[in-house]
Design a protein around this ligand. Structure first.
Ligand code: FA5
Length: 344
C-alpha cells in the first residue's frame, strides 16, 4: 500500500480512538500507545531507510505533521474530558431544594440547670446577688475560715479530694461565703446565693455522687435573725414544692453555723399524713442551715458584735429527686436522652 495512505489511515484510526475516550487515564494510554517509542508512528519512521532518498523528506514531513495533528486532538479531548468531569461534579452536588428538610430536634435545658435557674430567679426577686467561686479551692477557704481548723474531727463529715496539702476540690459551696465576706472588707451587708459543682470522696450509689451541685445562701446584716432564715426557707419550699408546704427546723451540727438546723419540708406526696416517700414521717429532709458562727464572721473580717448572718446549703440533685420522684442520682449524669427529655 502507498506509504502516505498508511500514514493517513493511522492518523484516522488514532483520532477515532482519542474521540472515543472519556476517562483521563484512558486518554493517556492512547497517547502512549500511538506516540510512544514502540508505537506505530515510530514504526513508520523506521521504514524511512527503505525509501528512495528523494521521497524521504516528504515522508518524514508527513509523519511529523500527522503526529502533531494527533497531539492536538489529544489535548482537545483532554479539555473535553475535564469539562465533562466538572459538569458531573456540579450535577452530583446540586441541592434539591424541593426535598423535605430533616427534622431538627430541639434540645432542652438539663433538669439541674432548670432548678438552679428557678431558684436564682426566686432569690433575685428578693434582692439577692448570684456569686460563683472556683471549684479548685484552698483549704483555708473550704475549711479553716469556716471554723474547721486542720485535724478538726468534723472534717470527716466531708471526705475530700486533695490536690496538694493546701488545695482541694471544694466539698461544698460555703467557701464562696468566705470569698464574698473577705471582698467586702467586713463592712457591707451581704445577700447572696452561690450555685455550683462540689466534690466529695463519697461512693456513688442511688443517693450519693462524688460530684454534685449545691446552692449556698448567705445573708449578713445588722439585724438578722433565725426568723428571717425560717421565712426565707419557707418561701423557697413553697416555690419548689407548692403553696401547701410547711417547713420545720430540727437541731443539727455544722461547725460554720451556731445554732445549726436540719430543714424538713412537709411531704408533697401525702401532705404530711405519711407515705413511702417520707418513710411514714410526713416530713422530708432537704437542707442544712443555721446562724453564721461568730468565728466565721471574725475570720473573714466581720465584727460579730455588729453583724449577724444566716446561711443555708442545699443539694440540687436531692431537691430534684424529691420534686420529680427520681430514684437514682446517677440518672442526672448518664445523659440518657429518654431521661433528659422528660423535663421540657
Ligand atoms: C454542707 O455541705 C453545708 N455546707 C451546708 C450548709 C451551708 C449548712 C450553710 C449550714 C450553712 P451537707 O454536707 O449536709 O452540708 O451537704 C448539703 C447537702 O448536699 C445535703 O443536704 C445533700 O442534699 C447534698 N449532698 C451531700 N452529699 C452528697 C452526695 N454525695 N451526693 C449528692 N448530694 C449530696
Amino acid at each position: 500500500m502507498d506509504i502516505k495512505q498508511k500514514v493517513k489511515d493511522l492518523l484516522k484510526e488514532a483520532k477515532e480512538q482519542v474521540a472515543a475516550t472519556d476517562l483521563m487515564h484512558n486518554l493517556n494510554q492512547v497517547k502512549a500507545d500511538y506516540l510512544g517509542k514502540k508505537g506505530p508512528f515510530s514504526g513508520l519512521m523506521r521504514h524511512m531507510k527503505d525509501l528512495p532518498n528523494e521521497e524521504k523528506p516528504t515522508f518524514g514531513k508527513a509523519v511529523n505533521t500527522a503526529k502533531q495533528e494527533l497531539k492536538k486532538a489529544i489535548e482537545k479531548q483532554r479539555e473535553v474530558i475535564k469539562e465533562r468531569q466538572i459538569q458531573a461534579k456540579l450535577e452530583a452536588e446540586t441541592i434539591d431544594v424541593t426535598l423535605p428538610s430533616r427534622q431538627f430536634r430541639l434540645g432542652n435545658k438539663h433538669l439541674l440547670t432548670q432548678i438552679i435557674e428557678h431558684i436564682e430567679d426566686l432569690f433575685i426577686g428578693m434582692g439577692y446577688e448570684i456569686k460563683e467561686g472556683p471549684e479548685v479551692e484552698i483549704d483555708e477557704y473550704n475549711f479553716e475560715k469556716l471554723n474547721l481548723p486542720k485535724n478538726h474531727p468534723a472534717r470527716d463529715m466531708q471526705d475530700t479530694f486533695y490536690i496538694t496539702e493546701d488545695t482541694l476540690l471544694r466539698t461544698h459551696t460555703s467557701p464562696v461565703q468566705v470569698r464574698t465576706m473577705l471582698n467586702n472588707n467586713g463592712n457591707k451587708p451581704i445577700k447572696i446565693i452561690c450555685p455550683g459543682i462540689v466534690y466529695r470522696r463519697d461512693d456513688d450509689d442511688a443517693t450519693h455522687s462524688h460530684q454534685f451541685m449545691q446552692i449556698e445562701g448567705l445573708v449578713v446584716d445588722e439585724k438578722t435573725t433565725m426568723a428571717d432564715l425560717k421565712g426565707t426557707l419557707e418561701i423557697m419550699a413553697k416555690e419548689l414544692f407548692g403553696e401547701q408546704r410547711k417547713i420545720r427546723l430540727r437541731p443539727d451540727y455544722f461547725p460554720f453555723t451556731e445554732p445549726s438546723v436540719e430543714v424538713d419540708v412537709s411531704c408533697h406526696n401525702c401532705g404530711g399524713d405519711g407515705c413511702h416517700i417520707c418513710k411514714q414521717t410526713g416530713w422530708i429532709e432537704v437542707l442544712g442551715a443555721g446562724m453564721v458562727n461568730n468565728n466565721v464572721l471574725k475570720a473573714s473580717g466581720y465584727d460579730p458584735e455588729k453583724y449577724q448572718g444566716f446561711a443555708f446549703g442545699v443539694g440540687v440533685e436531692r431537691l430534684a429527686m424529691l420534686k420529680y420522684k427520681i430514684n437514682d442520682i446517677r440518672d442526672f449524669y448518664t445523659n440518657d436522652q429518654r431521661f433528659n427529655n422528660q423535663f421540657k
